[in-house]
Design a protein around this ligand. Structure first.
Ligand code: PXG
Length: 464
């Protein structure tokens, strides 16, 4: 038995029994059920503390992904547990329909209006990033209806974007594999992504950034600006492989949206709450948006909650023109989730986590990742704040990816797990998004474990 076993719960788990129960009955998200059955199931994570996870067999992992890009304040936060418990004792549930609110929902609305850029003073609550993006799609179209321009209906997004997994959210997203399972809803089109490393060819990155932005303008002109409601983008594409756009990209997108009167939706589900070294990704790129999608880091994943920040332009129309907006969820503004989000934001403020990422750990991670650049499998490392990527490639000089995308990334991911590091593979891009409390010493450990895994991968495929 490991000394780390069950530090918090004191419970012992029967890993084999749990894996068997799970395999027999649980259909997991984004999983090949046949492959999982053939492997005999996965692993059971039982508890966590700080930046570390433990499985039922007592193995410890450094969580380089903060869960799924969300546990920004790290695991084991007693304050968040207390906030949820106190709220649940006082009022575990009440809805926010029918002219009703609750203290945490009202307070969180105020706090988010204060935290986000000046033009954001209204919020709509939901429970996941997907629901928030569904909400925005409906709100953007509702706005143009109220403005007397119902033909402004189409939403422009990007290939390889991720905006969630409900039918509307996956349609907004640009994942071909998801579109292939049942298609997408009408009125959404996709243009090029600003992925210089993978698609920029011989061009200069800044010129490529402008070109990628201008693909949006070309699409607006093709459709007619009178038919386009909005453009949606993640400041940095997370699930698409941590695509950090060239600096030229966002200002040009902004210019194009303004010129053609197209609303700008900034999906901050991953970039929000300090990830990029500012409170929001739009601060890092100087974006002025009409909507922001918030989730994940809003509660650090302790309870499910998301929020749509509605810019003044849209909110004013809703309030001035009136008429019911037929939309909402049973758990919109759930009191316990709001109480946790409030406390989570207080922790981020109190501990100066955003500043720590901006001034200390973000630059430190960038330097630490650079030490991998000499590796024969590493084509590029990139990061902003505490979101980063390591591109594994077949040919460094030619920026050439492997012929069978995902195979090498999966091998590397498995070596990471075997070495006690959680790092996700997007195709052959190893992506990183550790909790914002990670120390420089832990970043050194993370990069050392990553190197070990990449070495082992190189040996497996005969490169080293
Ligand atoms: N927008 C963005 C930018 C996201 O990253 C969503 C919306 C949807 O949020 P919900 O809460 O509905 O999942 C996301 C979610 C991965 C992975 O494997 C990424 C996400 C979710 C699950 C897996 O990288 N991002």
């Amino acid at each position: 038995m490991s000394e780390n076993l069950d530090i918090r719960t004191g419970r012992n788990y029967d890993a084999e029994a749990l894996i068997a129960e799970d395999l027999a009955h649980h259909l997991h998200p984004f999983t090949d059920y046949k492959a999982l059955a053939e492997e005999g199931g996965g692993r059971v994570v039982t508890h966590a503390d700080g930046v570390y996870l433990w499985d039922a067999e007592g193995r410890r992992y450094l969580d380089g992904m903060a869960g799924l890009w969300c546990v920004n304040v790290g695991y084991g936060r007693r304050e968040l547990v207390a906030a949820a418990a106190e709220q649940m004792a006082e009022l575990p549930y009440y809805n926010t329909f029918f002219k009703t609110t609750t203290p945490p929902a009202a307070e969180l609305s105020e706090m988010l209006s204060d935290l986000t850029p000046d033009n954001f003073n209204h919020v709509f609550f939901a429970n996941s990033g997907s629901e928030a993006n569904d909400t925005i799609l409906r709100m953007a179209r509702h706005y143009w209806h109220l403005e007397g321009k119902p033909e402004k209906h189409t939403i422009i997004s990007r290939h390889n974007a991720y905006h969630g997994s409900t039918t509307a959210a996956l349609s907004l997203g640009g994942m071909d594999a998801m579109h292939g399972q049942g298609g997408i809803i009408p009125g959404i089109v996709h243009v090029a992504q600003p992925y210089w490393y993978g698609e920029g060819g011989e061009s200069d990155p800044e010129a490529f950034g402008l070109e990628a932005a201008q693909a949006i303008e070309a699409k607006i002109l093709e459709l007619g600006a009178g038919n386009v409601a909005a453009f949606i983008g993640e400041p940095i594409q997370g699930a698409g492989g941590v695509i950090i756009p060239p600096q030229s990209y966002w200002p040009e997108v902004q210019r194009i949206c303004k010129k053609h009167d197209v609303l700008l939706i900034c999906d901050e589900v991953i970039c929000g709450f300090g990830r990029t070294g500012n409170w929001f990704g739009l601060d890092s790129f100087g974006i002025e948006a009409d909507f922001m999608t918030l989730a994940k880091g809003l509660s650090s994943g302790y309870l499910p909650i998301s929020a749509v920040m509605v810019g003044d332009r849209v909110a004013r129309t809703f309030i001035d023109k009136g008429g019911e907006f037929y939309h909402g969820f049973t758990y919109s503004g759930h009191p316990a989730a709001c109480a946790v989000a409030l406390e989570n934001i207080r922790i981020i403020r109190r501990e100066g986590l955003v500043e720590k990422v901006r001034d200390e750990t973000g630059p430190y991670l960038a330097e630490a990742l650079k030490t991998l650049d000499d590796h024969p499998l590493v084509g590029e490392t990139r990061s902003m704040g505490l979101i980063g990527a390591i591109e594994l490639v077949q040919d460094k000089a030619a920026r050439k990816h492997f012929d069978e995308p995902g195979k090498v990334g999966t091998i590397c991911r498995d070596h990471c797990i075997a070495n006690g590091l959680v790092m996700r593979a997007v195709r052959d891009i190893m992506v990183l998004s550790p909790p914002l409390i990670i120390t420089t010493q832990q970043i050194d450990d993370l990069v050392a474990l990553a190197r070990k895994a990449i070495d082992a991968t190189a040996r497996d495929i005969g490169v080293m």
